[in-house]
Design a protein around this ligand. Structure first.
Ligand code: FAD
Length: 550
């Protein structure tokens, strides 16, 4: 029987992210991906978010995706609720926070794509294979092999055109998407009754493009519009093809006699969409698309646990949040990266206690992300009044999660619509940065004050010391292929600051009384050793922000 360090069920974005990153950081590990379909295969989920792009870079596949010719997605237009006036934003608005400080965020944070998922997923899976992962397509996992009386999984049985085969593995990564192979077997899925939706969608050609909604002339925006029974997405996939989908509550579908007719009626009754599709006709975009009007359950869920002894869930197999935010694929890439780092840290450790702590961290991280996006999806569905009050509500939500943010109502709304849940949670979205580098980006994004000059003046003559009730705890963070241990400074309002390991000497200085000069000199000597440290002034600005200084 063949034996692998890692067997991955499913070759979608989750599977390709985990497998590729494992190989990138640990080329000697033996990794097998078992994919039941033959790629390219049809899939829903065509509007991507920029938050995934740093992970594509890390996987080494960014250039291929960028050059493939997918339409760039630079923003979105909405008509939501009673007010039929279109409004929208572009990702580039992120730069307003940074330009005020003479900076710009890299293009990778402000650009995404509108993709035919058959092509996108195929590029990723081919790249995974090129990275040295064994990939078997047309191989459906049908059975788990477990130690008797234990949850530990030691292998799987899969079926291909030649029959049944068995492989052994140290770890099993379930990336089987909504099939949730493991989650269903273990009955650990938890559905969100409030977001029990259904989606019907199809592809249209012969469209009269409306540049007001879709961006002109490059079709760089998606368009989202509410209808009587739900909302419609309109995602241009090519210059001649658009994906149009209806998301509606399950009950609406149950009451409809014919789901295809419900879809067509809803499109026809929506004036903004109807005017674009008046002369259009439906097409199929991949050979395996079997119906003109496709249908999928769109029920938000999470899992009680994201991992167990020798198994882990990633992507839609772990949890799914309604597509209103187009967040699915981004979360999948982001958390695929975290799963890969956790596996690599596990392989490198011989301490059971430490390994358990790594997986607890993974579980917490996953649940935090899902909860943040569920809150945001609820926010979309709960509001149907004026745009002004909606934007106000967005700022209320963000300020509640993080009191240091300083955004206008509109800016807050834009952050939520982009998929940035909060300042603290966004730190994790900036790929592999040291904690303070990620924090700097998040601070820029959320308008947290960086008024270095006034803070320098405030503390210039002032002895620096941590407040009595400030706590120092052990923390962890994800950084280039591993989970790193770090010291966390927790301010009195429970907001915190993670230090990079090379910066831990700051704590001793700050427990006693020191000066800005001492901190700055210490920072410089760390940097001279070619290690990472924020500047003395950045440190006190950030400590000031979490209310940690006397
Ligand atoms: C209606 C709707 C609209 C959406 N819109 C968007 C959007 O606009 N933007 C966005 O980012 N996301 C969107 N999503 C979410 C997005 O599609 C998913 O989050 C994303 O595809 C998750 O990737 P994955 O790799 O986890 O799963 P998948 O992409 O589903 O991949 C799972 C793979 O596992 C394989 N597999 C399953 N079972 C087995 C088995 N037993 N053995 C072997 N292989 C198996 C499958 O064939 C599949 O290739 C949408 C989802 C829905 C339902």
């Amino acid at each position: 029987m063949k034996t692998y360090d890692l067997v991955v069920i499913g070759g979608g974005p989750a599977g390709s992210t985990v497998a590729t990153l494992i190989k990138r950081y640990s080329p000697d590990l033996k990794v097998l991906v078992l994919e039941k379909a033959l790629f390219p295969r049809h899939h829903v989920g065509e509007s991507l978010l920029a938050g995934a792009t740093p992970v594509l870079k890390e996987m080494g596949v960014y250039e291929q995706v960028n050059k493939h010719g997918f339409l760039e997605k630079l923003g979105a237009t909405y008509i939501w609720g009673h007010d039929r006036k279109p409004w929208g934003f572009s990702f580039d608005e992120l730069n307003t926070a940074f330009t005020s400080q003479g900076k710009r965020v890299s293009e990778i944070y402000t650009k995404a794509w509108q993709v035919n998922r058959a092509e996108y997923d195929h590029i990723l899976l081919n790249h995974t294979e090129e990275a040295g992962v064994e990939v078997l397509q047309g191989a459906r996992v049908v059975r788990l092999i477990q130690d008797q009386g234990s949850e530990r999984i030691t292998g799987v049985e899969y079926k291909d055109q030649d029959g049944l085969h068995t492989v052994a593995c140290s770890w099993l990564v379930d990336c089987s998407g909504q099939d949730a192979f493991l989650g269903r077997k273990m009955s650990i899925r938890q559905y969100d009754e409030k977001m029990n939706n259904y989606a019907l969608w199809g592809y249209w050609q012969g469209v009269r493009w409306n540049p007001e909604y879709l961006g002109s002339p490059e079709l760089t925006r998606i368009f989202v519009v509410t209808t009587q029974h739900g909302w419609l997405w309109c995602i241009p996939l090519r210059r001649d093809t658009v994906s149009v989908g209806l998301v509606t509550h399950r009950q609406t579908l149950q009451h409809a006699q014919n789901s295809d007719q419900l879809y067509l009626n809803e499109l026809a009754s929506c004036q903004e969409i109807h005017s674009m599709l008046k002369d259009a006709y439906m097409v199929r975009v991949t050979p395996d698309q079997t119906r003109d009007v496709c249908a999928i359950q769109d029920w938000s869920y999470t899992s009680q646990r994201m991992s167990g002894p020798s198994w882990v869930l990633v992507g839609d197999s772990a949890g799914f949040v309604d597509p209103i935010l187009s967040s699915g694929t981004m979360l999948t890439h982001e958390l695929g990266q975290k799963a890969a780092y956790t596996l690599l840290s596990t392989f490198a450790s011989s301490s059971d206690r430490q390994i358990q702590a790594y997986w607890d961290f993974y579980n917490d991280t996953y649940q935090t992300y899902l909860q943040a996006y569920r809150d945001m999806a609820n926010f979309w569905y709960s509001n149907n009044f004026s745009m002004e009050s909606w934007q106000w509500e967005a700022r209320r939500i963000l300020t509640q999660r993080d009191s240091t943010i300083n955004l206008t109502d509109r800016e807050a709304f834009t952050r939520i619509a982009f998929g940035y849940a909060s300042r603290t949670e966004s730190v994790g979205l900036f790929g592999s940065y040291a904690p303070f580098e990620a924090l700097r980006l998040a601070d820029g994004l959320f308008g947290t004050s960086w008024d270095a000059k006034s803070v320098a003046e405030k503390y210039a003559e002032h002895p620096l010391k941590l407040k009595e009730n400030v706590q120092i705890s052990d923390g962890m963070y994800y950084y280039w292929g591993r989970i790193r241990h770090t010291k966390r400074i927790i301010g009195e309002n429970k907001e915190y600051l993670d230090l990079h390991p090379s910066e831990e000497c700051f704590i001793d200085l700050l427990k006693n009384t020191c000066t800005l000069d001492t901190l700055s000199q210490t920072a410089r000597s760390i940097q001279q050793r070619k290690e990472l440290a924020r500047s003395g002034i950045d440190l006190i600005v950030q400590l000031d922000n979490i209310g940690a200084l006397v």
